[in-house]
Design a protein around this ligand. Structure first.
Ligand SMILES: NC(=O)c1ccc[n+]([C@@H]2O[C@H](COP(=O)([O-])OP(=O)(O)OC[C@H]3O[C@@H](n4cnc5c(N)ncnc54)[C@H](O)[C@@H]3O)[C@@H](O)[C@H]2O)c1
Length: 344
């Protein structure tokens, strides 16, 4: 197993308070300290949590490199057993345990929130760790990064629309947003305000009433790829596009925040083969990390940090132009850019 790892450090421990297995994976510090969120999630077993930490930390290295950030990639995963009831006491114990591991790394891995954790949890980690990102604003942090993530996706979407349709405007475009959560909900509202014809989808049926009240069409999640659309925004879970689903996609442009949208990298070629422009998820979803590091590390104010996030649009324009010129996929171009920056 070790022979297959490209990672610099992987620390795995059973929490001494919680008894829960947890991993802190540092993929690369070639460009700077490793940043990446803390995932607190139920897994079938600890191996699945370890695999997730390895995969997600590598994705963070690429995300930071393409976004031009002087940081490396890391991730921490607390692998709760499947039937665990996460009581407030257990939550406190796992966060203290995780904080201790991060503290031992002495600033080599700088955490922030991810699936299952939020700004308040960062206060627990901060008792042990040298630096944590996204503490609540009341404690001097910048809080949740879902707003800036949405801003970055919208910049990527406009750049993609300019490339595919010749205009960045979404007025009159049929757009499907799958997943109306913290990021997808904001994207849907902004697209509707820009005149898009929206169709939305979520596994949480309560979102249907919100969507209907806003005047948006609703589709069940398993129909989201198939419904006629110009642009598809995956804003829910990963693994959306694979050999069995690429054929279903009707949109000419796919761009959204959901992490790890492809079941494997070869799917980028299948999408391109159908004439679909897919903006790599790690490019489109970098707004949160760009904003947070710009504010909390570089000390920029909100407006300046937001301008940096909007720069994701320029990155997408460049990547799509070089993909068009080379005949390679946007994924290939983005990975090549990351490799060049890491090697420089
Ligand atoms: N929040 C951020 O700053 C950020 C940054 C980078 C990437 N992302 C990624 O973007 C995605 C959305 O993040 P979020 O913060 O909005 O999460 P969230 O949990 O707030 O929202 C996700 C939404 O998707 C819905 N959903 C789950 N499974 C679904 C399915 N199969 N079909 C349709 N809807 C489904 C959920 O009910 C929920 O409403 C995630 O993949 C996340 O990892 C988020």
């Amino acid at each position: 197993m070790l022979e297959q790892w490209e990672h610099e450090d992987v620390v795995m421990r059973r929490g001494r308070r919680s008894g829960v297995a947890m991993v802190v994976a540092t993929h690369s510090r070639a460009l700077g300290p490793a940043v990446g969120g803390c995932r607190l999630w139920r897994y079938p077993d600890w191996r699945a949590g370890l695999a997730d930490a390895l995969r997600l930390s590598k994705a963070m290295t690429v995300k930071c490199a393409v976004a031009g950030l002087p940081f490396g990639g890391g991730k921490s995963v607390v692998a709760l057993p499947p039937d665990t009831e996460l009581t407030p006491l257990l939550r406190q114990a796992v966060l203290e345990d995780l904080g201790e591991i991060i503290g031992d790394l002495d600033g080599g891995y700088l955490p922030g929130p991810d699936v299952g954790t939020g700004p308040e949890d960062m206060l627990v980690l901060a008792r042990h760790a040298r630096k944590v990102f996204c503490k609540p604003e009341s404690h001097g942090g910048t809080g949740s990064s879902s707003g800036p993530t949405a801003v970055g996706v919208l910049a990527a979407l406009r750049a993609g629309a300019r490339d595919v349709f010749g205009t960045a405007s979404v007025a009159g475009r049929r757009v499907t947003v799958s997943g109306l959560g913290a990021v997808g909900g904001r994207i849907a509202a902004a697209l509707a305000a820009g005149g898009a014809e929206l169709t939305v989808s979520d596994v949480d049926i309560r979102k249907r009433a919100e969507a209907t009240a806003a005047g948006w069409a609703w589709v069940e999640p398993d129909e989201a790829l198939r419904v006629p659309a110009d642009i598809l925004v995956p804003a829910a879970v990963g693994g959306v596009f694979g050999e069995g689903t690429v054929e279903d996609v009707t949109a000419a442009l796919v761009v959204g925040p959901a992490n790890n949208q492809l079941t494997d990298d070869s799917v980028a070629g299948l999408l391109a083969g159908r004439g679909i422009v897919w903006v790599p998820d790690f490019v489109a979803s970098a707004g949160g990390v760009v904003y947070t590091l710009s504010r909390e590390f570089d000390g920029l104010d909100h407006d300046a940090a937001t301008r940096r996030v909007e720069g994701i649009g320029d990155t997408v324009t460049t990547l799509l132009a070089s993909a068009r010129a080379s005949g390679d996929t946007p994924l290939h171009e983005a990975m090549a850019l990351a490799r060049r920056r890491i090697a420089a």
